[in-house]
Each structure stands twice: as structure tokens, then as C-alpha cells.
Design a protein around this ligand. Structure first.
Ligand code: APR
Length: 236
């Protein structure tokens, strides 16, 4: 690619796997140990909020312990190179961890929310959150008890920033999907959206995803190895 392009990158749990954070659907993934209906739906939260809090409190602890890996760093370095040359990298992540921002990514969209933030279900206030949340936690804004929850998107809820994402894809020169199994919509549909308007699509993953057939360029291996190699190749 010669002139500085606008690249839209979608990441999933695979990009954080080498940082020690579990993926969801691999053999030892989160959904082999927990029932997503119990811990990641509004119905599950209504039935057993304490269980849901303990699940996300543990995940928040894991994120605090984790460090960005070579894939996160290669994406932020690529963004800086593109910006300096008049190009752009829009990073859309399904991950609720903060490893992309800790690696230095700036133009970042958290479509499934952020574990390091809490939200009050009563007044809607979103705040940074490093502490455990419980059924007794009070909202610092409206002072109501019982409404605090992690600022994450559960199954059955609408992902965030879908208009901004559609706009970025419509203006992209390249769409790249990294470390996602392609099981969860609407993110799994972005490749079809991009290829239907003639945008080339690249998949970087440990193994072919559910949507592998839809990508014109496919590269397989650990993200910490293949993402830095791809980033250097696409825009040195
Ligand atoms: N490098 C690259 N890819 C990897 C690595 C690695 N080191 N390890 C695993 N992968 C790949 C797996 O092969 C798999 O295709 O990452 C993908 C992870 O897939 P999922 O576990 O399904 O995670 P993801 O696609 O992010 O899930 C989407 O599902 O439950 C929800 O909200 C949750 O955002 C999440 C969404």
C-alpha cells in the first residue's frame, strides 16, 4: 500500500490471549467454565446479581494484572505511523480490557464496553472503576444503591457506537479482523459489510474463523507474532 491508507481493525479476545486473558470459545475458554446466560445477560443479572458481580470482579482483577503484548503494541505503533503520514487507523475492539489503550492506541472504539468502568443502571452514569462492584455499591452520582453494574454489553443488549463503526468502515481502504472467532454479531458481520462495498479484508487469527471464507487475505498464527509482521509489511 503506497499512500497512507485508512485501516479499520476489529479485534477480539485472541489479541489479548498472549497477555494471559482467557478467550471465550476456545477449549479452555470462559464459556466452557461459565454459562453465559447466567453471567452475561440482563436476565442473569436480575436472577443472581452477586454471581454476575463476582464473575466481572474476577475478570477486572485479571485485566489489572495483565500487560499489553506485542500485538497491542504493533497496532498502536501502526496507528502512529499512519497518523504521521496523513492516514488513519480506527481500532474497533470487542474486548472489555484496557490493553489497547495501555499500549498507546488512541482512535479506539470499545463496542462491547469497558470492564474498567462501572455504570449505574438507574441514572446511566458511567465512571472509571478499579474496585469490586457489589449489590451494596452506591452510585456516586444519584446515590442510589443496587443499580451499579460493569459497563459491559451483555448478550441481548445493543453494542455501542455502531453508527461510528459503520461510518469508519464505509471510508476504509482496508478492513482487518484480528483474534476473533466470528461468532458474535454485529461484529461478525463487519467483514461482509466491508467486502460488499469492495474493501479488501484481511484475517489474522490463530486458526480460520467462522467467516474465514469472506477474507481475501488470511494469515494464521499467534497474534504476538503475526500482527507485528503484518503491520510492518502493510505500512513500514
Ligand atoms: N492469537 C491470535 N488468535 C488467537 C489466539 C492468539 N494467541 N488465541 C486464540 N485466538 C483466536 C481463537 O482461535 C478464536 O478464533 O481468537 C478467537 C477468540 O474467539 P472467541 O473466544 O469467540 O472471542 P471473541 O471472538 O472475541 O468473542 C466475541 O463474544 O462472549 C462474547 O462479548 C464477548 O466480545 C466477546 C464476543
Amino acid at each position: 500500500m503506497s499512500a497512507a491508507p485508512h485501516i479499520v481493525v476489529l479485534t477480539g479476545a485472541g489479541v489479548s490471549a498472549e497477555s494471559g486473558l482467557s478467550t471465550f470459545r476456545d477449549k479452555t475458554g470462559v464459556w466452557t467454565k461459565y454459562d453465559w446466560r447466567e453471567v452475561a445477560t440482563p436476565e442473569g443479572f436480575a436472577a443472581n446479581p452477586a454471581l454476575v458481580h463476582s464473575f466481572y470482579n474476577q475478570r477486572r482483577h485479571d485485566v489489572v494484572e495483565a500487560q499489553p503484548n506485542a500485538a497491542h503494541k504493533a497496532l498502536s505503533a501502526l496507528e502512529a505511523r499512519l497518523e504521521a503520514s496523513g492516514g488513519r487507523l480506527t481500532l474497533v475492539t470487542q474486548n472489555v480490557d484496557d490493553l489497547h489503550e495501555r499500549a498507546g492506541s488512541r482512535r479506539l472504539i470499545h463496542m462491547h464496553g469497558e470492564i474498567m468502568k462501572s455504570r449505574c443502571a438507574i441514572c446511566g452514569d458511567v465512571k472509571p472503576c478499579t474496585e469490586d462492584i457489589s449489590t451494596e455499591s452506591l452510585c456516586v452520582s444519584c446515590k442510589a444503591p443496587g443499580g451499579m453494574r460493569p459497563h459491559v454489553v451483555w448478550f441481548g443488549e445493543m453494542p455501542l457506537y455502531l453508527d461510528e463503526i459503520a461510518e469508519a468502515i464505509a471510508r476504509a481502504d482496508l478492513f482487518v479482523s484480528i483474534g476473533t472467532s466470528g461468532n458474535v454479531y454485529p461484529a461478525a458481520g463487519f467483514v461482509a459489510e466491508a467486502s460488499s462495498i469492495g474493501i479488501p479484508c484481511t484475517e489474522l487469527n490463530l486458526e480460520p474463523s467462522e467467516n474465514a471464507y469472506a477474507f481475501s487475505d488470511r494469515r494464521y498464527g499467534p497474534a504476538g507474532e503475526i500482527v507485528p509482521r503484518w503491520a510492518e509489511e502493510i505500512f513500514p
